[in-house]
Ligand binder design. Structure first.
Ligand code: PNS
Length: 163
């Protein structure tokens, strides 16, 4: 195995992190020596949490996984991979509907820098879960405790209370 294949990157918006993401991080961290969770700085997407807040929530909620590191990035994810010596991207796939776009991105990322993508099927417990849905349920006062860690729940409630 090439040395860089031991380091993987899990990119995303993570606005905010959910148990669905954490399930993928936990499983991916067992497959690689080092797993970077990388928050994409997307100026064109209206996020609820700043990149710094998302990084902080990710650091807090992955603190129990020793080989996970958290960072943010701007630009191409393959450049982030190259900078950190990673040869693999890890993506969770919830349903067939995710697969179409994920496949296109995987092919583009391979074409750009030869970075492979490994798909991990989402735990069926979380196959319907997304950050947007968690935000929407929280917005209307629903219970999100099955879907996101306590710190995320309280930050969401705090943020929604400010609106
Ligand atoms: O959580 P998301 O918003 O579905 O994550 C999408 C993300 C961040 C993985 C994707 O948009 C991405 O990799 N963006 C970085 C820019 C880039 O490299 N674009 C080309 C990839 S095909």
């Amino acid at each position: 195995m090439k040395p860089e294949a031991r380091i993987a990157v899990c990119p995303g918006s993570f606005d905010p992190v959910t148990y669905g993401h954490l399930d993928i991080f936990g499983r991916a961290s067992q497959l690689y020596d080092e797993l970077w969770v990388a928050v994409f700085h997307n100026a064109s997407k209206n996020a609820m949490f700043s990149v710094e807040e998302r990084v902080e929530l990710l650091r807090e909620t992955t603190a129990d996984i020793p080989n996970v590191r958290v960072a943010s990035f701007q630009g191409l994810v393959v450049d982030f991979c190259q900078k950190h010596g990673a040869g693999v991207l890890v993506k969770g796939v919830r349903a067939v509907s995710d697969f179409d776009y994920e496949l296109q991105m995987a092919q583009m990322n391979y074409g750009l820098r030869g970075i492979e993508t490994v798909f991990i099927p989402t735990n069926p417990l979380y196959s319907f879960l997304s950050s947007s849905m968690v935000k929407d349920v929280a917005k209307w006062g629903g219970d999100i405790s099955p879907y996101a860690p306590e710190i995320v729940q309280s930050r969401l409630i705090e943020r929604l209370g400010q609106d």
